[in-house]
Design a protein around this ligand. Sequence first.
Ligand SMILES: [Zn+2]
Length: 66
Amino acid sequence: MVGNGTVEKKLIRYRIQCKHCKEIIESKTEHDFQLCGCGAVGVDGGLNYPKRIYRSHPLEEHYVDL
Ligand SMILES: [Zn+2]
């Protein structure tokens, strides 16, 4: 058996869907800022520094995690 010690990372997608305009947005890299069509929610930071942008609490009213 041959191995090189690396671990295959499972890809996790960072996507949310706006509950207002139903648009699905995804941040893929650290500086990939995406805003939904109506501007209510946004994602930033990719998988390493995930950030969510939303208008007001509670955030569950604005988006769903996918
Ligand atoms: Zn929206």
